[in-house]
Ligand binder design. Structure first.
Ligand code: AMP
Ligand code: MG
Length: 368
C-alpha cells in the first residue's frame, strides 16, 4: 500500500514545539483550521467569524483592489447565503426548508423536488453506492433516534442509549432500499427521513467557491482567502507571493491542538470527520455522531478521525463521513476511487496518508 505512517506521540510532542510559530484562525471546535497570510503588502484583508448550520463559520478574504468595505459586504452576503441554504434547502428541523417540506408532502407517488435538491441527492446516492451503504442520505430515522446534538448537551445521567429494539426498528427505515429518485421526484417510504448533515457544509463550500469566482471574474478583481464551516475548509485562489495555504488537522486526542497541516496551492476543500466532534458518554462508553448503517451504532472502524482533500467540497465532506465508517483500508480505497487525498488517525494514534495526502501533509517536527 502507498500509505505512510508516523508515530502519533512524536507528532504531538513536536507540535508543541512548533505551535507558537503559526497563527490559528479558527478555534478548537473546528476539526481543521486554516492558516493564511496576505502575501501582498498593499492587499486588504477582512475576516468574519459567526455561527451558521450549527457550527462556527470563519470567512477571511483578501484583495489587491477591492476595499475593506467591499470585502465585508461580500462576507456578509456569503454568511447570509449559508444561512439561507440551511433554512430553505438543507435543514431537516426547520419547517421552511425543502428537505422538511418534501417529507410532509410525501405521498404514495413520491414528491417533486427542486433541481438543486434532486442533483444533491443524486450525488449522495452515488457515494452511498460506492461506499456499500457506509454513507447514506436516508439515515434520518437513526440519527433522530440517537439525537447526538441534543444528548451531547445533557449531563451524563440524563443521556440515553437507545435499546437494540429501537435501533432495529429505525434501521428498518434507513438506507437505499427505502428511497427512490426518478424523473425529478423523490420517493421516501413512510418512516424514512433525509439527513444531509454529512454533506451540507461541504456542499456550501462549493457554493461559496462559485460565488467567489463569479465575483472575481465579473469585476476583474483579485480575490483570495479561506472559508471554514466547522470541520470543512475551502482555500480559494492563489496568494500573490506564491506561498501555500496551510490547513491544520486537529488532534483527536486533544481537539484544541493540531497534529500537523496541509500545504495547499490554489483552491481546495478539506473536511474532517472525527469521533470527538459530537458525542456523549454513558457508563464510560463514548457514543459519537458518525453512525454505521450496518449496525445502527456509532461506527467502530478503529479510526478516530478522517481528513479528506478534494477539489469538491461535497466530496470532501461525504467521503470523510463514509471513510470514517469504512475504516482505514476500505476508506482509502474509496477515497482513491474519487482521486481524493486521505489522512486517518486510528485509535492507537497512528497517522496514515495516501500518496496524494502525503505530498501535502506536514507533521509538526522538532526542526520547525
Ligand atoms: P460529518 O461530521 O460530516 O462526518 O457528518 C456527521 C453527520 O452526518 C451526523 O451528525 C449525522 O447527521 C449524519 N450521519 C451520521 N452518520 C452518517 C452516515 N453513516 N451516513 C450519512 N450521514 C451520517
Ligand atoms: Mg462529512
Amino acid at each position: 500500500m502507498d500509505n505512510i505512517s508516523y508515530g502519533f506521540e512524536l507528532a504531538k510532542k513536536n507540535f508543541r514545539r512548533g505551535q507558537g510559530a503559526w497563527l490559528i484562525l479558527t478555534v478548537c471546535l473546528c476539526a481543521a483550521c486554516a492558516f493564511c497570510g496576505c502575501g501582498k503588502e498593499s492587499a486588504v484583508r477582512h475576516s468574519l467569524a459567526d455561527t451558521a448550520m450549527g457550527t462556527l463559520v470563519n470567512l477571511t478574504f483578501y484583495s489587491g483592489d477591492l476595499s475593506e468595505e467591499e470585502l465585508r459586504e461580500l462576507e456578509d452576503s456569503l454568511l447570509e447565503e449559508i444561512r439561507g441554504k440551511e433554512r430553505e434547502l438543507l435543514s431537516w428541523r426547520e419547517e421552511t426548508s425543502e428537505v422538511f417540506r418534501v417529507q410532509q408532502e410525501m405521498g404514495p407517488g413520491g414528491a417533486f423536488v427542486s433541481e438543486e435538491l434532486f442533483e444533491l441527492l443524486r450525488e449522495c446516492r452515488k457515494v452511498e453506492e460506492d461506499s456499500d451503504g457506509a454513507f447514506s442520505p436516508a439515515l434520518g430515522a437513526l440519527t433522530r433516534l440517537w439525537n447526538m446534538d441534543g444528548q451531547a448537551l445533557l449531563p451524563s445521567e440524563e443521556t440515553r442509549v437507545p435499546s437494540e429494539e429501537e435501533i432495529r426498528a429505525a434501521l428498518g427505515h434507513c438506507g437505499p432500499d427505502h428511497m427512490k429518485l426518478t424523473e425529478g421526484r423523490l420517493f421516501l417510504e413512510e418512516g424514512t427521513f433525509l439527513d444531509l448533515g454529512a454533506v451540507g457544509k461541504g456542499y456550501m463550500l462549493d457554493r461559496i467557491r462559485k460565488e467567489l469566482s463569479e465575483k472575481a471574474s465579473a469585476s476583474g478583481k483579485s480575490l483570495w482567502g479561506v472559508a471554514s464551516l466547522g470541520g470543512s475548509v475551502l482555500t480559494y485562489g492563489e496568494k500573490p507571493d506564491g506561498t501555500p495555504w496551510k490547513v491544520a488537522v486537529a488532534d483527536p486526542e486533544e481537539p484544541g491542538e493540531t497534529i500537523g497541516y496541509l500545504e495547499l496551492k490554489g483552491s481546495w476543500c478539506v473536511s474532517t470527520s472525527g469521533d470527538y466532534e459530537r458525542f456523549f458518554e454513558k457508563d464510560g462508553v463514548r457514543y459519537h455522531h458518525i453512525l454505521d448503517p450496518s449496525t445502527g451504532y456509532p461506527a467502530k472502524s478503529g479510526l478516530r478521525s478522517v481528513t479528506i482533500l478534494s477539489e469538491s467540497g461535497f466530496l470532501s465532506d461525504a467521503l470523510s463521513t463514509a471513510c470514517f465508517v469504512l475504516g482505514q483500508e476500505r476508506g482509502t480505497k474509496l477515497a482513491e476511487k474519487y482521486g481524493a487525498g486521505i489522512l486517518t488517525v486510528d485509535e492507537g494514534g497512528e497517522i496514515s496518508c495516501n500518496e496524494k495526502m502525503e505530498g501535502v501533509f506536514r507533521l509538526w517536527r522538532q526542526d520547525e
